[in-house]
Each structure stands twice: as C-alpha cells, then as structure tokens.
Write a protein that binds this ligand. Sequence first.
Ligand code: NDP
Length: 253
Amino acid sequence: MSNLEGKTALVTGASRGIGRAIARRLARDGALVAVHYASRQDAAEEVVASIEKDGGRAFAVQAELGRAGDVHELFLGLERGLKERTGSTELNILVNNAGVMGGVAAEDLTPEQFDRLFTVNAKAPFFIIQRALTNLAPGARIVNISSGLTRFANPEEIAYAMTKGAVEQLALHFAKYLAPRNITINSVAPGITRNGSPVFDIPEAVEQMAQLSAFGRVGEPDDVADVVAFLASDNARWITGSFVDASGGTLLG
Ligand code: NDP
C-alpha cells in the first residue's frame, strides 16, 4: 500500500469529513500531504498528527477560499511546506475537495448566497488548477469532488448542484489540455456521506438517508477516499475526463 511513495499531494478542505479521509488515505499510500483548511486549525493539526502517528508525512496549510487573494495565500503555504520538506515545489496530486452546501430553498436563495456557493465550489477549483499548472509534475493527478446531486434531484440544493455541474466541466476540458503532460483529471461524485453535520446524530434521519443508497446505508468518508486514491494511483493512468459515481448506488434511482 505504498504506491505513492515520493509523491506530493494537496487536498483542499482536508481538516474534516471526506477531505480528512482522503488526506489520511493518500498519506497511508506514501504521499507527503498538504492538509488544507479554512478556519479549523485545530482539526487540521489533528489530521496532520494522526497521519504522523501512522508513520506518514503531512503539513497544514490555511487559506479561506472565496476571499480575494485566496489562491495566492494557499500556494504560499503549499510551496513553503513542500520546499522545506522536499527541496522542490513539485505537486503530483491535487484534490479539489473543499466545498460548501446551500440548504436554502430556491425561492429564498439570495444573489449573495448564490455567489458564495459558486466562488468557493467552482471558481476556486478552476483557479487552483490554473495556479498549479506550473507545479504539476508529468503524470500528475487531479481529482475534483462533485456530488451525486448533478444526477439526482433535490430542490433545496439547486444552486449547489449547479456549482458541481460546473466542477464536472473542469475534468472534461482540462483533460484534453493536460493529456500531453500525461496528467489526468477526473470527477468523483459522492452521495450522502457521513461528516461532522449534526444530522448524522439523528438515527431516524440517518435511516431515511440510508434508503437512498442501493446498499441501504449512508456513505463513510473512507468509501470516497478509496476511490480518490485509486484515481490518484498509477493504476488509473488510462482514465481522464471522467465522472466516477461514488454514491453507493444512489444514482440507480
Ligand atoms: P465538511 O463540511 O465535512 O468539510 C468541509 C471542508 O472544507 C473543511 O475542511 C473546511 O475547512 C473546508 N472548507 C469549507 N469552506 C471553505 C472555504 N471557504 N475555504 C476553504 N476551505 C473551506 O465537508 P464534506 O466532507 O461533507 O464535503 C467534502 C466535499 O464533498 C465537498 O465538496 C462537498 O460538496 C462534497 N460532497 C459531500 C457530500 C456529503 O454528503 N458529505 C455529498 C456529495 C458531495 P474548515 O474545517 O477549516 O472549516
């Protein structure tokens, strides 16, 4: 399980939830992982400590996406951390995972809330990829976390689903652009996945959500992390511009 030995990775939104599981899995596979977070420094430091405890390598990077200068700030921390540990700023794996949900009915959503969703979920990943173009090594991997909601209707999350539709376009078009460098880029779409949200403490709610999956349970962060780890590995070298459903059969209807 050390196929990423010598590789470097950036996982955005890695202090909690799915991003945390992805960071831990990539580190377990041997990568040096930059654990990005917005405000929960304590949580990010805990992820780094848990990786180190298991013999892996990681460091935390702060940047609130959606603010002016966000990508610049992210790469200042990233490049400093990489340089200190590897002597270079080369990046092998980029996982655009950080995201915010809406949870506001279509008739109540304000233009400001709409803009916030798009800025964090869609604009930031584009400019992170753009900025990373000079860092990405030949054969690098990009994985963008989308959502099953691009295929599965939920009227409370129309704007959020629109942002994820936009994210999926990144894989299609950047795939063509990056293929000459042997860089792959793909979308992974989780279904309902356990995170720190209080809704997962309500057994009746969890039971109801579980029924959406063909397997009759909600997803665990590791269910998604394992799919991302596959796409980040050499085994997935022939997959690019692709959409991978990691929703436990939610999209089966
Ligand atoms: P969580 O809410 O558990 O964690 C969100 C992460 O993103 C945290 O690390 C948080 O940092 C970071 N983050 C949030 N806003 C910003 C911001 N403005 N700038 C920088 N970082 C930010 O998320 P999930 O694990 O639930 O979701 C991860 C991804 O998976 C998202 O893209 C989400 O849309 C997608 N997804 C999730 C599903 C689910 O059911 N959980 C289903 C389908 C898709 P901090 O800790 O510092 O706040």
